[in-house]
Ligand binder design. Structure first.
Ligand code: AN7
Length: 378
């Protein structure tokens, strides 16, 4: 007993950056638009694992290393929390009484949580019937006012822009530059961990805020002398919601990956710049490829992500077959490349895509023989 007590009182061995776990503002303060007078609203976001993927590395071959930046492990289960801590802290500093956002689900979950944390109201405007159930549950759980519209995300964002003209609401969509600033921190973390930028960075493209944020983060970190190189940015849209790929607004975007069901992205121009300046590419993946990649990643690497987050994995598979991907700036992935795929949201956000597996689960008689028979059947 005495022994245990002594050990409990020994100073803990600190082998991680002391600011870890206190959120991205504490860790990267000097790179963010905050001052001494900014009240920090944080849920300990960021510091997500960069998981080495041995099987993806083997598939890519040529001495390449593939890593997954698992953003599903943020406090509300997506990368949005990195931007939300900055956007909400700044909104509070400016005296906002309420937050408002349009969302395909993750922004609203994050906004609702950080509003609750800050003690202010939150209104979320969502396309009716198009939000994954886990995300909708979150908006209600954190006490947001949920307004469903008979329209899509692009309609919702248009309405939120209009409402944001009033003084009452602070918009926390990624058209708010504080959101982009916060999301840059994911690029900082990757460089801090790898010692330099990766050669390739793959991620899903929806409203295109995240690719804009990563590219800004990589450049800023290089300019600060924290890295020497910049990655090529590869963004993946769903085939049925691919305005940037096609170069025109998609009026009725459709995809199983509801997070990126967006036909008129707000950061369209910035995304094009990021891709052009980084010598990257925008490409598309089909819903079938997305779902196959999602299932493959969960069953082969133990990383369960939502459908939108599987788009870059489907994209990486495509990169390995240059014949299927004529648009790429390289015919083969350069040897010994370090490749990072951001997997943006947790798989539990969207249980509906696995619904058929749940309903086809038939009960067997409660005895050893029947259970053994069921095991052999599968
Ligand atoms: C899991 O929540 O737009 O290209 O309203 O939830 O920065 O928009 C979500 C987007 C990728 C696309 N992966 O990122 C919203 C919303 C997931 C997402 C994206 C989203 P951006």
């Amino acid at each position: 007993m005495r022994d245990l007590f002594d050990r409990m009182n020994e100073p803990a061995e600190v082998n991680v950056a002391p600011d870890r776990g206190r959120g991205v503002i504490a860790r990267y303060r000097t790179f963010l638009p905050v001052s001494e007078s900014t009240p920090i609203v944080s849920l300990g976001e960021g510091g997500t694992p960069l998981i080495f993927s041995p099987r993806l590395s083997a598939i890519v071959g040529r001495g390449c290393e593939v890593y997954l930046k698992y953003e599903g492990l943020n406090p509300t289960g997506s990368f949005k929390d990195r931007g939300m801590t900055v956007a909400v802290s700044k909104a509070i500093e400016r005296g906002a009484a309420a937050l408002i956002c349009a969302s395909t689900g993750n922004t609203s979950a994050s906004a609702a949580a950080y509003a609750a944390r800050a003690g202010i109201r939150c209104v979320v405007v969502l396309p009716a019937g198009k939000i994954a159930s886990g995300k909708l549950v979150q908006a209600f759980a954190y006490g947001a006012k949920v307004v469903a519209i008979d329209g899509n995300f692009d309609d919702a964002l248009r309405i939120v822009r209009e409402l944001g003209q009033r003084d009452d609401f602070a918009i926390v969509n990624s058209i708010n530059p504080d959101r982009i600033a916060g999301q840059k921190t994911a690029a900082f973390e990757i460089v801090d961990e790898l010692g330099d930028a990766p050669e390739l960075h793959l991620l899903p493209l929806g409203n295109a805020g995240n690719i804009t944020a990563y590219w800004a983060g990589y450049r800023e970190y290089r300019d600060a002398g924290k890295s020497r190189t910049l990655p090529a940015m590869l963004g993946f849209q769903a085939a049925g919601a691919a305005p940037i790929f096609h170069g025109r607004v998609v009026e009725q975007p459709e995809t199983i990956a509801s997070a990126i069901r967006i036909g008129n992205p707000a950061s369209w121009e910035a995304a094009k710049e990021a891709v052009r300046d980084s010598h990257g590419v925008v490409d598309i993946v089909t819903d079938t490829e997305i779902l196959e990649a999602q299932y493959w990643l969960a069953t082969h690497e133990g990383v369960f992500v939502e459908p939108a987050s599987a788009a870059p994995i489907a994209g990486l598979f495509k990169c390995c077959e240059p014949a299927r991907a004529p648009a790429y700036p390289f015919t083969k992935i350069p040897e010994a490349s370090r490749i990072v795929c951001t997997v943006t949201g947790h798989g539990l956000k969207d249980p509906d895509v696995m619904a058929d597996r749940l309903t086809t689960l038939n009960a067997v008689a409660p005895n050893e023989q029947e259970v053994l028979r069921a095991i052999e059947e599968s």
